[in-house]
Ligand binder design. Structure first.
Ligand code: CA2
Length: 152
């Protein structure tokens, strides 16, 4: 019998369910399902599994972070616009014991001024931004490196 694979919780914030339908010039033509499939395939190749939740509700994302404590090995989070103002998500992520990778399709620092602040960044292990859908692969690879060879 093999040990269960460590779980990477992938969280997607508000409006990311609309990917592929609008704003292709900024966010590309792939859907969120496409991105989740890439993350899951990357994880499988690295001996990890992915659980995904998309929500347009801040509290649902906070609840998911709480439920990940002691259960998931790492979190990859694209908080959407919550990135820029959700101190509730900041506090929840601060209480998570494993690595946290902040992920963005676009590069918020190259966009409007209000996107330059991330309240998630101070509680993230690191961030991947501006690589489009490839970021989902990069984020899972970063998690695998962070968990290391003797990962949980
Ligand atoms: O670049 C990213 O991944 C963002 O997290 C996307 C957020 C934005 O508020 C952040 O500043 C950067 C917005 C996600 C909304 O996605 C849409 C997709 C299609 C149509 C409309 C919105």
């Amino acid at each position: 019998m093999t040990d269960a694979q460590p779980i990477v919780l992938l969280l997607s914030g508000p409006n990311l369910n609309l990917l592929g339908e609008r704003e292709p010039a900024v966010y590309g033509t792939a859907t969120l399902d496409d991105h989740v499939a890439l993350a899951a395939a990357t994880a499988a190749g690295l001996g990890l599994s992915v659980e995904h939740l998309q929500s347009n509700h801040e509290g649902a994302l906070v609840d998911a972070v709480h439920a990940a404590r002691g259960r998931c090995a790492a979190i990859v989070v694209n908080p959407g616009a919550l990135t820029h103002y959700s101190w509730a998500l900041h506090d929840a992520l601060a209480a998570f014991e494993g690595p946290v990778v902040e992920l963005h399709l676009s590069n918020p620092n190259a966009r409007e001024e209000w996107r330059h602040t991330s309240v998630v960044a101070p509680v993230a292990t690191g961030a991947i931004a501006g690589f489009g859908g490839d970021g989902y692969r990069l984020a899972v690879e970063a998690v695998a490196h962070l968990l290391g060879p003797g990962r949980p």
